[in-house]
Design a protein around this ligand. Structure first.
Ligand code: AMP
Length: 222
């Protein structure tokens, strides 16, 4: 099963992807996580993308396409994947399409998390992450057991540098301008299921599983 999660920053793509990846036993590939790992490792790639990420701009297509297509050629992707954060532009979607056509592994479904802007902004403001294990929290909707501490390793939680109000504005503009048109692209080529991203994660997860079970009725069978 090859899935794409589409939706604005803060729609809950990452949280849903983690749950679906576990449920479907497929790989979760988050382009933002891959890039943040490169930044943490101080690689040339990390150095070249940091300025875009910190300012809320998209990383140039040629860079991200190369990174993600390379990642998709790794053997662990052969049994399916959930793409979270990629593609984000039409050229990226076309490059992905070309690559998947080569290996005859088309996208089975695009799950679109339709989410209101006020909810997005409040979710991004409440988002925290663990700098040690990268676990994600939200102080309002998914708080850690102990305030400000990671449940897994007790590290102090942090705010992502691109979750500040000015950068959030830029990210939302880029989403509307460059990513939202992908709905038409996939609407014409593939199956797009709209989920109500305003609901809490448990409900979104249930909606997603219902859609997938209805569409691919064999996925819950052994
Ligand atoms: P995310 O973690 O998905 O919110 O991504 C964080 C940042 O990484 C984005 O604001 C972009 O700067 C960069 N990024 C992640 N995925 C892509 C992509 N597919 N295309 C361009 N930039 C990306």
């Amino acid at each position: 099963m090859n899935l794409i999660l589409l939706g604005p920053p803060g729609a809950g793509k990452g949280t849903l992807a983690v749950r679906l990846a576990e449920h479907l036993s497929v790989l979760h590939l988050a382009s933002g996580d891959i890039l943040r790992t490169e930044i943490r490792n101080g690689s040339d790639l990390g150095l070249s993308v940091q300025k875009y990420m910190d300012s809320g701009q998209l990383v140039p297509d040629d860079i991200i396409i190369q990174v993600m297509i390379h990642r998709l050629t790794q053997p662990d992707c052969a049994d399916g994947f959930i793409l979270d954060g990629f593609p984000r532009t039409l050229p990226q979607a076309q490059a992905l399409n070309d690559r998947l056509a080569e290996v005859n592994a088309p996208i089975d479904m695009v799950l679109y998390l339709d989410t209101d802007q006020d909810i997005i902004i409040s979710r991004l403001a409440g988002r925290r992450f663990c700098p040690v294990c990268q676990a994600s929290y939200n102080i309002d909707t998914m708080p850690p057991v102990e305030t400000g501490k990671c449940d897994h390793d007790q590290a102090d939680l942090q705010t992502r540098p691109d979750d500040n109000p000015q950068v959030i504005r830029t990210r939302l503009e880029k989403y509307t301008q460059l990513t939202e048109p992908l709905l038409d692209y996939y609407g014409s080529a593939s199956r797009v299921a709209r989920l109500d991203g305003n609901k809490d994660i448990d409900q979104v997860n249930i909606q997603a599983q219902q859609v997938l079970t209805k569409t691919f009725s064999s996925i819950d069978k052994p």
